[in-house]
Write a protein that binds this ligand. Structure first.
Ligand code: GAR
Length: 200
């Protein structure tokens, strides 16, 4: 069984979409994969309750309790390994609204099995406030990207994208909500395609 460990910081709606797809599509049978654990860097992340309701193990690692980024990422790696104990293949690590920049050491240790969803059509608008920046730039389309994580923030091979038209006069919040609805379809689909790759 291939373990999936999901990292969150907030409401966890992408995580919930992944859990829903895994359950409805019986990923343990169809893909030999299961969500083994959810880790949040914030104790108040709404997604933690959703994960617990779905019967998934959770852990909280408050980044403020660590002296350095390296120390936090080492603890993160240990918690992932704990959720993955006994597995034959190392876990797939899914960043789902995980708002921490990872150290090059962590990224290297999980290279090739670390995915992220970013709320823009990369390579446009890496970083924060993507929807407002797309509106300010006069973009007619916005969207989201699932990509492999590499050492450079919001870069790395693109695995899938969802495109959403920017409606005249709409707010960044409204656009974000419409993009998020597409993220919920995109991310489970991209994870499935990734797990089906030979040697993934
Ligand atoms: C999502 O829109 C995701 O793309 C974004 O945060 C939101 C999390 O929502 N991620 C980033 O901005 C990463 N830099 P969720 O917690 O409800 O899934």
């Amino acid at each position: 069984m291939r373990n999936i460990v999901v990292l969150i910081s907030g409401s966890g709606s992408n995580m919930a979409a992944i859990l829903r797809a895994a359950q409805q599509e019986d990923w343990s049978v169809t893909l030999g994969a299961r969500v083994a654990g959810v880790i949040s860097n914030r104790a108040d992340a709404g997604g933690l309750a959703l994960a617990r309701q779905a019967g998934v193990a959770t852990a909280v690692l408050d980044h403020r309790a660590f002296a350095s980024r390296e120390a936090f990422d080492e603890a993160l790696g240990r918690q992932i390994a704990q959720f993955d104990a006994g597995a034959a293949v190392p876990a797939l690590v899914i960043l789902a609204g995980f708002m921490r920049i990872l150290t090059p050491g962590f990224v290297a240790a999980h290279a090739g099995r670390l995915l992220n969803i970013h709320p823009s059509l990369l390579p446009a608008f890496p970083g924060l406030h993507t929807h407002q920046r797309a509106i300010d730039a006069g973009c007619h389309i916005a969207g989201a990207t699932v990509h492999e994580v590499t050492a450079e923030l919001d870069h790395g091979p693109i695995l899938g994208q969802a495109v959403v038209p920017v409606l005249p006069g709409e707010s960044a919040d409204r656009l974000a909500a419409r993009v998020l609805a597409q993220e919920h379809l995109l991310y489970p689909r991209a994870i499935k395609a990734f797990l089906r790759r030979p040697g993934a």
